[in-house]
Design a protein around this ligand. Structure first.
Ligand SMILES: [Zn+2]
Length: 472
């Protein structure tokens, strides 16, 4: 595509409302509109580099702790959802109690910012649940310092399985699936609970995943019923190995699955999308683009392979439960799976070792996975929230573009940026700063030809995920 190098953009004026948009507490001070002159297309968009505090966090990720968590979880023999909930040494009950204890001890050092709870409910029988079964999630909530109402969630699943999904007694070490994900969740809880993120971060481990995403489904529905403003959720499921079935290694790649068309899309939203596009611009895709912007760099030492899919063929993970409630959600997983090591009884057949064993986990790889998650979550929680109520005005036929949105409540909010790209580009390519306003007029820049979004920026230069406008 054409790059508009050399073109100058300029905010011509900001009118309506009191002068001086940055004064706190002045009613109406932000009801302002920016005017962008014809031909102004902004600058090429840049990745957001990690700031000093984030670099500090990433340096402190401890590979040995990740490994000891995976070893401890595998030591419970099986963590099958239907296994013993009362045996102190073997089964999902013992594993859940251990995770609860770990997170509680971290909370005790958090200065009161993090609290831990068990979330239990009885799952009624279904094809993979023969009798009513208590399912227990563990939830550690690190309350945001300035915007606690805005929430980001990271999860891994506690439960494991073997070849027969109903076999609750055979050894199911589940080292990769999904002790690796749980280890990442606990390590991030350890590091981030010592800090004071602006928004709330939930570190959760869920059960019943292999039986039908039951724990996360209950959890996401509970958040939705409570009106929780969850602006991003990441499932870490099978994040422990970088080795493919044929033995080749890809130790610096992590897949990120995001859907384009939202699972919870309404009929009205479908009609709008069919009329004006946006198939690759759902809220989860915007969340994924944000992760690419902040976590695919030399500091995490990981390349994010962005996959335009909700999940792999025949599979799903706990992000789907959040998608069903309309929340932005995505899944991290290793680059190439070895299906001899997943959902298999531990055994040797024709000289081939089957089973999800610790021997197959690459802890240097898990460390880099933790870095990607830490960079993403921290950048979300320290930056401003995704702009709300973003509309693109379509009352009349024009070759201009008008965008309006609601101002966020962050104390350190600096303003907004319009992002845009050709409709055929996979990610935002250009950014136009528009200042601390709640609407913008882009003269002679037709909404018919490109996709527009709006993101928020704080005084430290952190940006939010982009919002994609609805016509109105
Ligand atoms: Zn799994």
């Amino acid at each position: 595509m054409m790059i508009f190098r050399g073109w100058r953009w300029l905010i011509l004026a900001a009118v309506a409302g009191a002068a001086g948009a940055f004064g706190p507490g002045r009613a109406g001070a932000h009801d302002e509109r920016a005017f962008i002159q014809p031909g102004a297309t902004g600058d090429r968009i840049q990745q957001q580099p990690p700031d000093r505090e984030l670099r500090d966090i990433l340096r402190q990720i401890d590979r040995k702790r990740l490994e000891s968590t995976v070893r401890m979880l595998a030591s419970f023999g099986t963590r099958h959802t239907l296994s013993s909930q009362t045996d102190p040494a073997r089964g999902i009950g013992a594993a859940t109690n251990w995770i609860f204890g770990e997170l509680q001890s971290l909370a005790a050092d958090s200065g009161g910012r993090m609290t831990v709870e068990l979330q239990s409910f009885v799952q009624q029988p279904g094809t993979r649940i023969p009798t009513p079964t208590t399912i227990t999630n563990v939830i550690a909530t690190l309350r945001g310092s300035t915007n606690p109402e805005r929430v980001y969630v990271i999860s891994g699943h506690i439960d494991s399985r073997v070849t027969d999904v109903l076999d609750a007694t055979a050894d199911a070490p589940g080292a990769d699936d999904d002790a690796s994900g749980v280890a990442v969740v606990i390590e991030l809880a350890r590091l981030l609970s010592r800090r004071q993120p602006e928004a709330t971060i939930v570190f959760t481990t869920v059960a019943g995943e292999e039986q039908g995403l039951f724990g996360s489904a209950f959890q996401a529905a509970t958040y939705k019923a409570a009106g929780a403003d969850i602006q991003g959720m990441f499932s870490n499921d099978i994040v422990g190995s970088s080795t493919a079935e044929d033995g080749t290694r890809d130790p610096h790649t992590l897949r990120l699955f995001t859907e384009g068309v939202p699972t919870a899309e309404t009929a009205q939203q479908t009609a709008i999308r069919q009329a004006i596009g946006g198939e690759v611009d759902g809220v989860s895709r915007q969340l994924g683009r944000f992760a690419l912007s902040v976590a695919d760099n030399e500091v995490t030492d990981m390349r994010i392979r962005f996959v335009y899919r909700r999940d792999r063929y025949l599979r799903a993970s706990d992000h789907v439960s959040y998608l069903q409630q309309g929340y932005p959600a995505a899944r991290f997983t290793e680059p190439h799976e070895n299906f001899a090591h997943e959902h298999q009884n531990t055994r040797v057949e024709n000289g081939v070792q089957f089973g999800d064993l610790i021997d197959f986990v690459d802890f240097a790889y898990v460390e880099r996975v933790a870095r990607v998650n830490a960079a993403t979550l921290w950048s979300l929680a320290q930056g401003p929230g995704t702009p709300k109520n973003l509309r693109i005005l379509t009352q009349a036929l024009t070759n201009d573009t008008d965008l309006v949105w609601t101002r966020g409540a962050e104390p350190d909010l600096a303003g907004y940026e319009v992002v845009w790209r050709e409709t055929t580009d996979p990610d935002w390519t250009h950014v136009i700063p528009v200042g601390d306003v709640t609407s913008v007029h882009l003269a002679h820049f037709s909404k018919d030809n490109v996709y527009f979004g709006v993101r928020a920026v704080d005084t430290a230069g952190h940006h939010s995920p982009a919002a994609f406008p609805t016509p109105g």
